[in-house]
Design a protein around this ligand. Structure first.
Ligand code: CO8
Length: 377
């Protein structure tokens, strides 16, 4: 173990975007065709009150209710086929790089370049996201091998807060001296868990991978870095965002592809309960550092819903927050589970000046809230 002296910094970051995207219009057209086919197929049962008709979706509603106009997807094939309504992701042999590892490696390479680091400089890898495509061997260990990193790796799942909670674990390892440089990757492959046949949620998610390098300031050679001033997390159990997908389906004879196995939420309740929690969480954290909310130059907030972010921004600042202060990336990327705040960070940072303060914050399923206060060096 080394002795601890120098502060922890974020020294590299990278964003990998899939090749395919789906606009609201394309999504709605496919869903509505599926719904009409369904309603026709079950017309008698629907008329007899034995089955509910599928309601139609609407692109204007989606944009107004969520701020989403587009989403990137790892695979587009199949997702817009009214007869299928789920992407086709081809199976791979055990000796091929798995899908999520491929996404993770692509983002990791960008972060390593930005941090001016080689694989030999890293000794810990965390893959943190809402789902991993298998339980073991860990995706992180596969990524570690693919990049040629010596040391240790592990996966962690905290839904929307996977990214911020993983950054916090990286911070702690560097503070404790149990790692010298940590690679944190969030390969959010959400499209397989999206219920493409459900009008209320089919528009919400997109796929993406982000990666971050953390190290102590004394080893940092990056042209751009951010000192971590504080980390804070809180969790509070709620069933308002839930998926029952899991390995018990085989033993309790439930349908492994049943409705409850997808992402399900009570969006209004989430909105109402999580916004005040996030405001309180962030205001308290900043106050403990002697920082007033108005002194923060940029808030890289979780990206689930534009109205939510505007409300949180207003409560934090006591006035409307600008796009510059609380950048929104939902229009192009949709909700990318834990990656949203870091997409915003990757896209909206270059104008910050030395000494500027920023906050990275996630909020959502769990419930969970995770935040880091950082300062540009
Ligand atoms: N088209 C047309 N009408 C629609 C549609 C649609 N697609 N969907 C719903 N409607 C209808 C509703 O049925 C309702 O009709 P009625 O008034 O007749 O009952 C009406 O529109 C209004 O519906 P809502 O009240 O539900 O609409 P809202 O304005 O509340 O918007 C949202 C819905 C967008 C879902 C909103 O509530 C929201 O975003 N809330 C916040 C949710 C949130 O933050 N969730 C956290 C997300 S979880 C997460 O980030 C990670 C989870 C783990 C990853 C999972 C990977 C898959």
């Amino acid at each position: 173990m080394k002795s601890i002296s120098s502060p922890v910094v974020i020294s590299g970051f990278g964003l990998w975007t899939p090749n395919y995207s789906i606009s609201n219009e394309e999504l709605v057209e496919a869903y509505n065709q599926f719904a009409e086919n369904y309603n026709q197929q079950y017309a008698d049962e629907i008329a007899a009150g034995k089955r509910e008709a599928k309601p139609l979706s609407n692109a204007e509603f989606i944009e107004k209710a969520s701020g989403i106009k587009n989403r990137f997807v790892y695979r587009k094939e199949g997702a817009l086929d009214p007869e299928r309504m789920r992407p086709y992701i081809e199976p791979r042999d055990n000796d091929q790089l798995s899908h999520q590892a491929e996404m993770a490696v692509a983002a990791a390479k960008k972060a390593l370049t930005k941090a001016n680091k080689a694989a030999a400089d890293i000794d810990a890898v965390i893959v943190a996201c809402s789902y991993t495509e298998r339980a073991y061997p860990a995706i992180s260990i596969e990524v570690q091998q693919a990049l040629g990193i010596q040391g240790f790796a592990f996966d962690m799942l905290v839904a929307c807060s996977s990214a911020t909670f993983a950054l916090q674990r990286g911070y702690e390892m560097l503070t404790a001296g149990t790692a010298k440089a940590v690679l944190i990757i969030n390969p959010e492959l959400t499209s397989p868990q999206n219920n493409w046949r459900d009008r209320d949620s089919h528009f919400i998610f997109g796929d993406i991978a982000v990666a971050t390098i953390m190290e102590n300031a004394d080893s940092c050679t990056s042209e751009e870095s951010y000192e971590v001033l504080s980390t804070k997390s809180v969790t509070l159990f709620s069933n308002n965002i839930r998926s029952n997908f899991g390995y018990l389906a085989y033993t309790n004879d439930s349908d492994p592809f049943g409705q409850d196995k997808f992402f399900i939420q009570h969006g209004r309740k989430v909105f109402k309960e999580v916004c005040p929690m996030a405001v309180e969480h962030l205001s308290t954290q900043l106050a403990s550092l002697g920082i007033e909310n108005q002194q923060v130059a940029r808030w890289w907030l979780h990206q689930a819903n534009i109205n939510m972010n505007q409300l949180i921004g207003k409560k934090l600042l006591g006035r409307e927050a600008s796009q510059e202060e609380t950048p929104i990336i939902l229009d192009q990327y949709a909700n990318t589970a834990s990656a949203g705040s870091l997409i915003a960070f990757n896209l909206y940072h270059s104008d910050l000046k030395k000494g500027d303060l920023g906050v990275i914050c996630s909020f959502g399923a769990g419930y969970s809230i995770g935040s880091l206060v950082i300062r540009k060096r």
